[in-house]
Design a binder for this molecule. Structure first.
Ligand code: PAF
Length: 309
């Protein structure tokens, strides 16, 4: 069994800030995950500035979709860390090379891709996760961890992730826990993102500004719609606890600019489709109203359309 977790057992698909952070947490002197990226196959120096300011450098192996199939043979876990809207295409480009006995873990903001991915798998099991750890890119291969936080991981479809891989993840990622079922944790995180991200992007403000009275009704309304949609999807959430949690996050991250605010400020595509867009999509499925989520979705898409081609 120990043989299973040899040098190439874990691969990280996508090398954004979260992908590189998970790489750093899983890396040991003897062993490190591979990256699968769109860049050419190579050895790459990666730099990490930890929360305490300590800087380390290491050499990572990068594979790409065109790499020799034999290089994928030992992979037993693929942690997918691309943006939600890239998950389907990213996985499609490598799924045929991944061993049937490998396991896929999706770790992105928002929800939705798991519905598409379930149909792409070739016998691999699927797990989902969410993290509130934060990191920023300082350069293509240099990240700075900017916040600690919790990480929830759990199974969606069988075959389940092997015990050894599961322990390796939980031991390496600080504040991580295994949750069965996992979907309530994802809805919970979705509610926080659905309430905070679009409002900060639309009103061009930091998270703390949302504590003002003028946003109160909208925040409660967005969460309330989401709770009804989640219930219709079979996930029961505690609405008032969730609204309290949104305000707790607003206060804990008061000085931060949300990821969606930063995407708009840098004229990047946002994750709105997999945040409020997912609520709207599931609401339609259940013939429920999600008007407030729909309004935020449309407004953010309107802002994006001014710069996206
Ligand atoms: O997406 C984000 O920016 C974060 O998840 C959160 C919690 C909204 C704080 O900024």
């Amino acid at each position: 069994m120990g043989q299973l977790l040899n040098k190439t057992a874990i691969a990280i698909l996508g090398a954004g800030a979260v992908g590189q952070l998970i790489y750093q947490q899983l890396r040991t002197d003897a062993d490190a995950p591979l990256f699968i990226t769109r860049e050419s196959e190579q050895q790459q120096t990666v730099t990490f500035t930890a929360l305490d300011g300590q800087v380390t450098e290491s050499t990572a192996t990068l594979l790409c979709a065109h790499s020799d199939p034999s290089l994928f043979e030992h992979i037993r876990l693929v942690i997918v860390c691309v943006k939600a809207y890239q998950v389907g295409d990213a996985l499609k480009s490598v799924i045929d090379k991944l061993p049937k006995e490998s396991h896929i873990l999706l770790l992105h903001n928002g929800m939705g891709p798991h519905l598409e991915v379930a149909g792409q798998l070739r016998g691999q099991g699927l797990s989902l996760g969410t993290t509130s750890q934060a990191a920023l890119k300082q350069g293509r291969w240099h990240i700075v961890q900017t916040g600690s936080g919790s990480t929830q991981l759990g199974p969606l479809t069988t075959p389940n992730m092997g015990r050894e891989l599961k322990s390796r993840l939980l031991d390496a990622i600080p504040g991580s826990q295994w949750c069965e079922p996992i979907l309530p944790s994802l809805w919970h995180k979705l509610a926080i993102n659905a309430a905070i991200n679009p409002l900060t992007a639309i009103h061009n403000c930091n998270n703390g500004a949302l504590a003002q009275m003028q946003y109160r009704q909208q925040i409660s309304g967005v969460v309330s719609e989401l709770v009804s949609v989640a219930a219709a999807d079979g996930v029961k959430l505690d609405e008032s606890a969730l609204i309290n949690r949104v305000y707790e996050v607003i206060s804990l991250t008061a000085a931060n600019f949300s990821s969606m605010h930063q995407d708009i400020a840098n004229k990047r595509k946002t994750e709105i489709e997999s945040i409020n867009g997912f609520v709207v999509q599931r609401a339609k499925q259940h013939e429920l109203s999600a008007k407030l989520n729909q309004d935020l979705l449309l407004r953010v898409k309107e802002i994006e359309s001014a710069y996206l081609i």
